[in-house]
Design a protein around this ligand. Sequence first.
Ligand code: GDP
Length: 296
Amino acid sequence: MVFESLSEKLQNALGKLKGRGKLTEKDVDLAMREVKLALLEADVNFKVVKKFIKDVKQRAIGSEVMESLTPGQQVVKIVNEELTSLMGEKESKLEFSPTPPTIVLMCGLQGAGKTTTAGKLANLLKKQNKRPLLVACDVYRPAAIKQLQVVGEKVDVPVFSMGDKNDPVDIAKAAVEHGKRNGNDLIIIDTAGRLHIDENLMDELEGIKNGVNPNEILLVVDSMTGQDAVTVAETFNDRLGITGVVLTKLDGDARGGAALSIRSVTGKPIKYVGMGEKLDELRAFHPDRMASRILG
Ligand code: GDP
């Protein structure tokens, strides 16, 4: 399970403080050193770790905590609050357009889980009474269009496609018009990915963005790629101004660093997490629940 090792190490480090009646600054320092190592091993971004430890220490070493009846528990509480704040404080919901349709542009590297996530999102929001339309804008791999069609069929959501002979920007624009005519209040655009970030991909995504003016630009990143996921998020955000992140494959044994770093590094929230290959395995991301899960 994701965070298993981090969770164990944090609980171990903080457990030493918990039962104590009195704490010295040195006790806190030692525990924080262990916390720092655990976070680094979990692949949390170095700068993020540094700031996190500094923030926790600043709060923990104050006399209010040290002289309280349960200093250890107070420190654990502070770590919990800072972990939560690191991941964005509270759930960040999808922003719907006041004038439908809401347009969601999905982007990300190949294999991150874009197409699957597009289907999952359509499935989830359909259950919330939206009328989604999935749009196939990956014109480079014929299999990609087929894959989206299969996903659409499974979740019973229509898929708009113009084959692979058209420009993605034109397809996206035509899809929005089609959606408006057909009463779709949610348009989810699946785009092409590449194995690595490249200029052509960014140009194309920027073209689609300028062409349809999406309400949300969701970057799909694979949590298994650790620090790379954070770099990818930074690059896409600088270039496109993403509005949120979907972190996939959190059901795997990723070390979890991406989940803990992305918000802090990019300033953009994780909106959803992928918890499996099935099309109902997408969840809203709750920083507070995640922090509590990590700290046990
Ligand atoms: P794309 O290239 O970005 O469109 O990626 P796909 O949607 O084709 O997904 C790539 C692979 O990751 C597929 O085998 C998916 O089933 C798998 N996948 C996507 N999301 C998740 C997830 O949350 N958990 C797991 N375990 N697998 C996922």
